[in-house]
Design a protein around this ligand. Structure first.
Ligand code: HEC
Length: 140
């Protein structure tokens, strides 16, 4: 191989590799826009936010979500320092303005550092109970 061809190959490989590293950084700023299908937004929560249900939701939240989202959903769990994208603040008006269906969908699907709970929590009802608990985290 000619020297110039070799040099060209090295640059091409480097550019290719960089394209994988940099978008991740660019997308960080984009973290707010999470497109949720209309049908998902409209999903009805089949559970009722009774004290008993909220208690179960709280236990599930502690088990699956607290490590990143923190005990009160402020995004300050012990794992939060390792995340590339901030996990949000569940106590804000903006967060709480989302429908139950949206919160359910995001929990099921996951995105980047937010794991998908499709198989981790197999019962849909359990995810809805977590949504009931998350509703109690709004700043009063
Ligand atoms: C390993 C860390 C981690 C765990 C565990 C985790 N999350 Fe997340 N979560 C994230 C991150 C990071 C984001 C932000 C993702 C993004 O914006 O791309 C997020 C985002 C979310 C959002 C969207 C926030 C918004 O502003 O709309 C919801 C809802 C959510 N998580 C719910 C949950 C629930 C419910 C659980 C437990 C069943 C859970 N998460 C477990 C890291 C985590």
């Amino acid at each position: 191989m000619k020297k110039s061809a070799l040099l060209f190959s090295i640059i091409a490989i480097a550019v290719f590799a960089m394209s994988f590293i940099y978008p991740a950084k660019i997308f960080k700023q984009d973290a707010k826009v999470w497109v949720v299908p209309e049908s998902a937004k409209k999903m009805k929560n089949p559970t009722e936010a009774t004290a008993e249900n909220i208690k179960v939701g709280k236990t599930l939240f502690a088990q699956h979500c607290k490590s990143c989202h923190g005990a009160t959903g402020k995004g300050d769990g012990p794992k939060s320092g390792e995340l590339d994208t901030p996990s949000g603040d569940f106590s804000t008006k903006e967060f709480q303005a989302q429908t139950d269906g949206t919160i359910f969908y995001k929990t099921k699907e996951g995105r980047k550092d937010m794991p998908s709970f499709k198989s981790k929590i197999s019962e849909d009802e359990d995810v809805w109970l977590i949504v009931d608990y998350i509703r109690t985290l709004s700043a009063k």
